[in-house]
Design a protein around this ligand. Sequence first.
Ligand code: FO1
Length: 334
Amino acid sequence: MKNITVLSGGMGGARFLQGLRHAVAHGTLPGVAADAEITVVANTADDLWMHGLKICPDLDTVMYTLGDGIDLERGWGRRDESWSVKDELAAYGVEPTWFGLGDRDIATHLVRTQMLDAGYPLSAVTGALCNRWRPGVRLLPMTDDRVETHVAIADPSAPSGRRVVHFQEYWVRLRAAVPAEAVVVVGLEESTPAPGVLDAITGADLVFLPPSNPVVSVGTILGVPGVRDALRATEAPVVGLSPIVGGTHVRGMAHQMLTSIGVEVTAGAVGLHYGSRAGAGAGGVLDGWLVDEQDADQVDAVRAAGLACAAVPLMMTDLDATAAMAAAAVELVR
Ligand code: FO1
């Protein structure tokens, strides 16, 4: 196998990609050539405009992580960062002050915004930024169109009893500490896959759904018209790894997001939510689903839905652990 495609969000997906790239380079993936190419289709629904700049958190997290510019402790933004512009904006009383824009990171957003203003599509901008960062994968936005996840939360002062906030405000300012009553992905239905996205899926030898958020990261990519059909049509095996371990997310806010769409917060439920390509349910995209050893009791139910399933260690504690997860995923669907 030579062409691997990964549908990825930000932090969880980026960590998985580090291990996958490591495994490919060291030839530890069964049946995968050491010169196999990895294409990443990244979620862009976390994107937002702020201070006149277009910010693409998941694209940048993958690019910085694989390009070795990421701040490892935060898991987002640049290493060796400074915050002078952020402090100066706060000194002017400019809102919002809750979103951390580092000085080095701002250069990325300036280049991106200038190129978008000049008429380049986001996919071309991403390619240009990757010319510097050399992530060792082909990084594609899921779409070149503007798509933004918004979250409805309770607001007793509002006539409807609810108000909608951008996903980043829900996650960064509110710390996902209040229930997400509804998730609305603005622009998703009207979006079209970015150039290369559908081919990367239909032409793949192997497709991964990494342990990213199944609702606002992988879920949004699946929601781009044409993507789900491409996954159901590809001859490549499609295998996913659970972001839920022991009944909750490892990091992030998958618990809140799954609850808001009425999906049980278990490893098995997420696999069934993605669905089996061979199963009776419409729209299933998976052939195999890996759960953590803590969730081994759910393997039978997943298999009963027509999915290959195994329970293996799924904590991405280091490159070798993540590489072993990738190898187990390939083994499951080979
Ligand atoms: N996450 C935070 O928790 N606090 C921040 O201030 C913050 C700023 C930020 C700036 C640029 C960027 O690319 C990502 C940033 N993130 C921040 C992370 C971001 O919320 C996540 O990467 C995803 O959007 C959610 O998975």
